[in-house]
Ligand binder design. Sequence first.
Ligand SMILES: Cc1cc2nc3c(=O)[nH]c(=O)nc-3n(C[C@H](O)[C@H](O)[C@H](O)COP(=O)(O)OP(=O)(O)OC[C@H]3O[C@@H](n4cnc5c(N)ncnc54)[C@H](O)[C@@H]3O)c2cc1C
Length: 512
Amino acid sequence: MAAYAQTEPQAGSNPLAIRSRARRVDGGWHLDAEKHLIGLGAWAGVLTVLAKGVDRDGSPLGPMVLLVPEDAPGLAHGPEALTMGMRAMVQNTVRCEGVFVPDARVLLAPGEGMQVAHDAMGFARLGVGALCVGAMKRCAQLMARYAARREVATGRLLDNPVSCARLHELTCAVWALEALVEAIAAALDAREPLPRHACLACKCVGSELLWEAADWLVQMLGGRGYLENNAAPQMLRDARVLRILEGPTETLYMHLGGAAAPDSGAERFLAHGLGRPRLAAELGRTVASIRERAAGARRFAGDGAQVQGLDYRIGELCAFAILLGAAERRAAGDEGGAQASAALEWARARYDRVRRAIAAEQDAAHGYPSASVLLERIGAYAQAIGDVDQQPAGVEQLPDPMLRAADLPQPPAPAASPALAPRAAGDAMRRLVRESVTRWLASDGRPSMPAFGDDTPFAELGIDSLATVPIALEIEQRAAVPVVPELLYDYPTVNALAAWLEAQGAPAQAGI
Ligand SMILES: Cc1cc2nc3c(=O)[nH]c(=O)nc-3n(C[C@H](O)[C@H](O)[C@H](O)COP(=O)(O)OP(=O)(O)OC[C@H]3O[C@@H](n4cnc5c(N)ncnc54)[C@H](O)[C@@H]3O)c2cc1C
């Protein structure tokens, strides 16, 4: 068995923030890593560990993935996490202290670790989608068994219109999600490259639909749905984590939305992978009109939040468009029949639901309050319910320190990066970085260029871990010094990155 170790206590959904280090030594690497929530960690024969590579002279080499066998000296496993579900699979912390990893156990080259990570997660996301299809079928099976036998005030529960509608929706969801899993699997069987955007959509939509299904299962079983002996609570608990692991829905939608541009991965998969050029064009038009309406409107307090909030919603729309496209493709094939047309109608309705929700948000008179207003509002709840640190009896593991009642930090003013180079960069180097960022923003399909200054955090511009790759590449070519994508995390503004480049001796006029 193999385990994949990426998550760290400080860096979960943001892989660029990882602190684990692999330092180059003779014949290989010394790995220092601290990971948590690693599925199968203590049971695996080999651990696949994501760390930041560091050269002998301390210069960064970018993310790398190293294979660590279970008996490697310096590898230690921490206690098993007491999880809400997925209890057939151990989750534990993993610590590597100076573990020697020979060169032959590095996957791809140093600096190409994110490629390995994205590949691993792409396949895992398709796997989650497939798992959701099976689990949704199981929910439907249990619901049907109970409803067929249970008499309620209106008669047999199965004949009740609410039950009937839910089971119908569930079978449509199963049919459509199965169509998407099959379409991606067919592309892989045909030796096509992994369609990452489609895998991402499959994971998000699958886990969200399974969560709905598991909730309906508990509801349809009534009080029996709440009893441990009836499988439903376990289904609900197991399903819940799928919206979080392999990337939480929010980060993935945000990424999908940020990348939604004409001829983006999502549109290409729709048009060519699924053979739905009309739907791809419709999605393109809808996204353009949503962005056009959003230009100039201010829904959130911060500038970056405007972009991110919109990307999130557009990502959700893209994901449901891909689900709809897969349903259209399956219906157009030899499947046919009443189930096909009903499922198609359902998939169209779900897509329209997201589109309408976005329109309603854009119509709303009120924007969203700032973080400090929210904290103040919620802080006042303590008068009614107190503000306690809660710990279940009989459980030894303490709640996470981030859940402590005391010392809740106020939203911080944007802090200077500790890694920030002390001196200010020259104009030429700042211009180089600014232009590379601007070029990426322009290629990202945004109708209007967000205003940004030399101290605007890159994260506020929607630059996520995938976006850092092309930007770093361009800067590397122009500045003529090695630039790994993670540097955009360590030096998160134009000023900071330009100062770092100058400190590396990048010629100020290089490539400008
Ligand atoms: C049962 C289980 C098994 C796991 N197995 C593994 C494993 O095998 N290997 C491994 O490496 N990890 C594993 N994990 C860890 C899992 O991948 C992380 O929990 C997940 O990536 C989220 O990271 P985090 O917990 O640090 O959440 P955080 O990063 O603290 O995020 C918390 C929440 O904030 C929101 N959020 C975060 N970023 C954004 C954003 N950019 N925009 C909007 N909202 C955002 C999301 O709602 C997210 O759920 C496992 C976790 C569990 C529970």
